[in-house]
Design a binder for this molecule. Sequence first.
Ligand SMILES: Nc1nc2c(ncn2[C@@H]2O[C@H](COP(=O)(O)OP(=O)(O)OP(=O)(O)O)[C@@H](O)[C@H]2O)c(=O)[nH]1
Length: 371
Amino acid sequence: MKPQDDWRRARNLTVSEWRLLRRHGRALLAVAVLHVLLTLLLWWQGALQLPPVLLVAVTAGLLVPGLVYLILVESGLTADWREPSLSMPAALVLLLAFLVTAFGLNEARSSALMLFFPLLLLVSFRLGARSLLRLAVLASVGYLLMLAVAAWDHGVRLSLTLEALQWLVFTLVSVSFAVTGSGVNGLRRRLAEKNQALADALEQVRDLAIRDDLTGLFNRRHILQVLEHQKGLADGGIYPFSVCYVDLDYFKAINDAFGHGWGDRVLRDFADFALADLRGGDYLARLGGEEFIMVLPQSDLEGAELAAERLRQGWGERDFRALNGPPKVSLSAGVACYRPGETVDQLIARADHALYLAKSQGRNRVCREKT
Ligand SMILES: Nc1nc2c(ncn2[C@@H]2O[C@H](COP(=O)(O)OP(=O)(O)OP(=O)(O)O)[C@@H](O)[C@H]2O)c(=O)[nH]1
């Protein structure tokens, strides 16, 4: 497992969330690199009148934090922060760089601010409506301040009408991008919620398809698939496995004497008891009625017999009389070990036959297949 997988799991991020987060971080860095290239090009062409110290500040001020930012996001260090993509601080740094470059341009100053619009759209995937509007307003105010500093610094009269017009257009477009972006964000959030609900529903459907309603154990269909899988492993020489066919004794008498409700309760109790008794890698399913099957990977006949015997003894001590229920309910079991090449049906039939022996020898016992 890669280290990134570790932190993603630890912080409960889904694979797609994690991918989106990384993609977002790279896109923000791409905007920064694009702006640096644009700034250098304008400077090289002589269109940008920035003192070298400011030029270096824009370049280094974007590239160095950009690199730190990329490392933070990619390594997952920010994953459990409130906003793991750090969109707001990243957008503020970029906005500052846009404004500094715009400061160095004269008539074409608003062209340096064009990248602010894709930036707004980009961060709208992460920020809410309020943050986006705040960002747009901040950019507008920043633009005004930059104009004031430019007028003071350049010592030339700016074309007030033109500058005011450009500022107004910038502000209106920023606000409309922020509004559109927050709409996109809302849609994305609703889509994510719907996807989650769909994933939960699919999980439930999957669970319903493989589980028995009454006990919550695997059902017959699923355990047959498990058996086919185990057969494949055993045929490939990976490890042997055994099955244990279990049947509660005189169950009809419990229904008759205590009612169907008690019968159901005993079945559920048995399921819980047997599950707790099994090893981690073992499987338990209800085949129907009061019949169950255990699949025991990496167990030979002796191992399976021991497991079945332990279950028989433990379960045999359960007594429901204190709850006005039935007395002890014993079980009979038949165990069989998979023989390479045989079918799953043949294996189950051999375990069923061993169960038949246990029943015919008086019940409350475990019998192994006839060899
Ligand atoms: N309460 C309840 N009873 C069930 C359920 N499914 C099957 N049964 C009952 O289980 C009983 C099984 O009876 P039998 O097959 O005669 O077996 P038994 O009485 O356990 O006798 P042996 O197996 O020979 O020891 C029947 O009365 C079924 O109606 C169920 O989901 N809930």
